[in-house]
Design a protein around this ligand. Sequence first.
Ligand SMILES: [Zn+2]
Length: 278
Amino acid sequence: MTELLGFIAASRDCGRSFVDAVVPVLESQRTEAKVDLYNPTADEVIGGLFARTFRFLQTFVLDFHLWADDLGRVVLRLMLESLFYLRFLTEQNRPELFLAFQKYGIGQEKLYKMQLRKLLEEGKLEASADLREFIDSDSDEEISDELVNVRLKNFEDLRKVAIEAGMKDDNVLHYQPESTVVHGHWPALRRYYLEMCTEPLHRLHLQPTFRLPSLDPQLLDQAFRLFMAAYQLWIKRYGLEDRVSPLVDQYFDCYSAATPPASEASATVDHTEGTTEE
Ligand SMILES: [Zn+2]
């Protein structure tokens, strides 16, 4: 197990170096990107989606808990969803769609505020200053009033967004199966949270397991693949050059050097002992 701990510590150092190197590069590229200061909606939505994929990539390289198959897949699915939106929106590149994306989210928030207000009125929720302030804050401030409907169909069906973004296969290969993990449906329970009882007379029933799932560092590859796809869309839109690929290569060189021999850490690393390393 000390070997595993050593690997985790060494690979986290690789992750730290990567983050330290890539953040200034992204910040410098952000200043190079020409954004529309008079109508910033499209750039803001793109910037937010791209930064979100980076945020999740950071957690992957810094925290080995995300190499656990169940949690890692949850976060990969969040990255993939942002990539669907990013690709759909940048390829369509229609101002009204960026606005619709914003409106969809604001509409959802508005609906939530209405529900909270109702709970307050019914006395089911205790009022606090923060809560009042949130409920009374104007959702419509960001965009003109009549545009905010509670629902907008463009962004309700993610499958359609994925198809329009030319990512139908990613939807089938990743987004759908990972849905099982996100929602904790039966196949996920069987795979991650149950184990076969070894008591001979117990007829092989499944019982809860409280061990951590095995680690699968290959999830890292997927996290990088998703982030780099988002990065390529981002630099293409602003005509920037790729300055991140060399840093990714450096990261994987560092990571490979940290990886123990194949017999110790092949595709999956058994991770049954508690690790207090953080
Ligand atoms: Zn049993």
